[in-house]
Design a protein around this ligand. Structure first.
Ligand SMILES: C[S@@+](CC[C@H](N)C(=O)[O-])C[C@H]1O[C@@H](n2cnc3c(N)ncnc32)[C@H](O)[C@@H]1O
Length: 247
């Protein structure tokens, strides 16, 4: 089971997220436990202050190191934390490889920043890694934490059923998924590709492999550059080879 500790000044943000069927299924089957920690519980003044002005001046406030270190120490008293993750727009871009790696951890702690961010000593001496969900700036780390958690949860055993496999998806093998269609087979003037209605599974598999390849080459040439040596490259080339041999 993965235990995810979330340290935030807005634990209420997570209410509807925790109630979502995907997350509640993961907790019901003991694949996941999410523990919310209100950063203000780790303060010692009447105002329950978690932030202060930046040394050297400048706009905004910065989350102080004290409450964040105390929160992580307190969580550690109850058990080990494998990875302490700081959500920050300055971090390593989050991708499916990172998500897969994190889904294998036993326990992680997520630090949600706010205001101008967190005191640099948190980054240097508390966080074991830093992730960004994209090259834009949000007001806080709560949405990035939910993004990361939802991506992880989908990979936990037993959470996503066979009917919604995570195996073939975009980014599983540094590839984008093939196009998907559903009923009706003709909508307005647009027909579903004939091959998908043929019932010939080998042809369908070949068509999908080709579409997947084509999409990746045209939309995300940057992924192609990383194909060599990626995890899953063997599986990918075996599948493409099979599709070509069957042709
Ligand atoms: C307004 S941002 C601080 C930005 C910081 N002053 C900077 O320029 O790097 C406040 C908090 O939101 C979170 N955040 C904002 N954008 C993010 C992103 N793209 N990825 C992950 N976390 C983000 C971080 O936790 C950050 O500490």
């Amino acid at each position: 089971m993965l235990t995810a500790h979330v340290i935030t000044i807005f634990p209420d943000f997570f209410g509807s997220f925790l109630a979502h069927p995907l997350i509640s299924k993961a907790t019901d089957i003991d694949a996941l436990s999410i523990r919310l920690h209100d950063l203000r519980e780790y303060t010692h003044d009447n105002h329950r202050s978690v932030d202060d002005m930046p040394f050297g001046g400048g706009p905004g406030m910065v989350l102080m190191p004290g409450p964040l270190f105390e929160a992580v120490d307190d969580i550690r008293e109850d058990g080990k934390i494998d990875r302490v993750i700081l959500l920050t727009p300055q971090g390593r871009p989050l991708d499916q490889d990172v998500v897969a790696e994190l889904s294998a951890a036993q326990s992680i702690a997520l630090i949600c920043g706010r205001y101008e961010g967190v005191d640099e000593r948190v980054r240097e001496h508390l966080a074991t890694e830093e992730y960004s969900i994209g090259d834009y700036v949000l007001a806080g780390g709560e949405l990035p934490a939910m993004v990361l958690l939802e991506a992880i949860v989908r990979l936990l055993p037993g959470v996503v059923g066979r009917e919604e496999s995570t195996f073939d998806e975009s980014h599983s093998f540094a590839m984008l998924e093939y196009p998907q269609y559903t009923r009706p087979s003709k909508f307005r003037d647009w027909k579903v590709p004939k091959v998908l209605l043929s019932g010939d599974h080998q042809r369908i598999e070949r068509w999908r492999a080709r579409q997947s390849l084509l999409r990746t080459l045209t939309r995300r040439p940057d992924l192609v550059a990383g194909w060599r040596g990626i995890c899953g490259a063997e599986e990918l080339s075996a599948r493409l080879q099979k599709a070509l041999n069957d042709e």
